[in-house]
Write a protein that binds this ligand. Structure first.
Ligand code: Q0Z
Length: 286
């Protein structure tokens, strides 16, 4: 893309600017586990994630406008509106796991919100909760309470992103559960356009921005298997790797099994054959 300037790198994605108003977001086939990017790629992982995001952006437009302008022919890159991003990660949790479970065990609360006594690891919460975090350039996002979030974006904007985040989560979690996938939690990023309107940006309900659990295996009281990355985690654990870079190469059967899980998530959620997506990415927008 000689016409585009590279403006950012994530662990598994790249961001380019076409001009002042338009970006190209590229989802690579890189995979990370235990926060380390592995040397082995998962073929089509970036296409699955790009297709899923576009699918959800198309289906949530009536709740909130989004940044997506179009999908590129390669299926792994999308053109989007360049926005002023809010300095807030908007996390919604429907189940108690990860850092929410850690905070709850330590204090009975997460992001300053009290939770009922007696929750087990991975339990469904009585109602989804909005638990924002700050974006850390390196390392982990830091959970913050609503007062801290208000200082970052203002009271009005915070109320708006909380309401929209909970609406988006309820819609997608219900939709996914009907197709055998629990969306345990999810992270949104929002931007603001030139007219001050809130815009849903970045990615939407992908397995990289959300915890997907197979509903058929759901059993609270223990950590849940990851829908997409469990083969990779199990393989890495079997090596006794110390989880510092560089990570291990993955054997062919772990790559093939993991690719199949990504494609399965895509097909279950969209009800579109992945081959149809490859032939014409815009099928997910219709
Ligand atoms: C997204 C990120 C990636 C590295 C900035 N519509 C937008 N307008 C302005 N900025 C962004 C977006 Cl999506 C934006 N990121 C996250 C993505 C590589 C960082 F692919 N950073």
């Amino acid at each position: 893309m000689p016409e585009a300037a590279h403006v950012g790198s994530g662990k598994v994605r790249e961001l380019y600017a076409i001009d002042g108003d338009q970006l190209v977001l590229v989802a690579t086939d890189r995979i990370s586990t235990f926060d380390v990017v592995l040397p082995t790629e998962i073929p089509d992982k970036g296409r699955v994630l790009t297709g899923l995001s576009a699918f959800w952006f198309a289906r949530t437009r009536s709740t909130v406008p989004n940044h997506l302008l179009g999908l590129r022919e390669d299926g792994r890159s999308s053109e989007c509106r360049r926005l002023e991003m809010l300095p807030l990660e908007c996390v919604v949790r429907g189940y108690i796991t990860g850092s929410g479970w850690k905070d709850y065990q330590a204090s009975g609360a997460t992001s300053g919100q009290a939770l009922p006594d007696g929750l087990r690891e991975s339990d469904r919460l009585p109602a989804p909760i909005f638990t924002p975090s700050t974006k850390a350039d390196e390392g982990h996002d830091e959970n913050i309470d609503l007062d801290q979030a208000r200082e970052l974006v203002g009271a009005e904007r915070l109320e708006e992103v909380e309401r929209v985040s909970l609406d988006l989560y309820r819609f997608a979690a219900d939709y996914a559960l009907a197709r055998g996938i629990i969306v345990a939690d999810t992270k949104f990023e929002f931007g603001v356009d030139g007219e001050g309107r809130l815009v849903f940006a970045d990615e939407a309900f992908t397995p990289d921005s959300s915890r997907f659990w197979p509903a058929a295996e759901y059993e609270p009281g223990r950590p849940q298997p990851s829908f997409d990355k469990q083969f990779v985690r199990d393989y890495c654990e079997s090596l006794g790797w110390d989880k510092t870079a560089p990570g291990p190469e993955l054997p062919d059967e772990v790559v093939a099994g993991t690719r199949a899980r990504y494609v399965e998530a895509f097909e279950r959620l969209t009800e579109i054959p992945f081959d149809s997506y490859l032939a014409d990415p815009e099928t997910v927008l219709r």
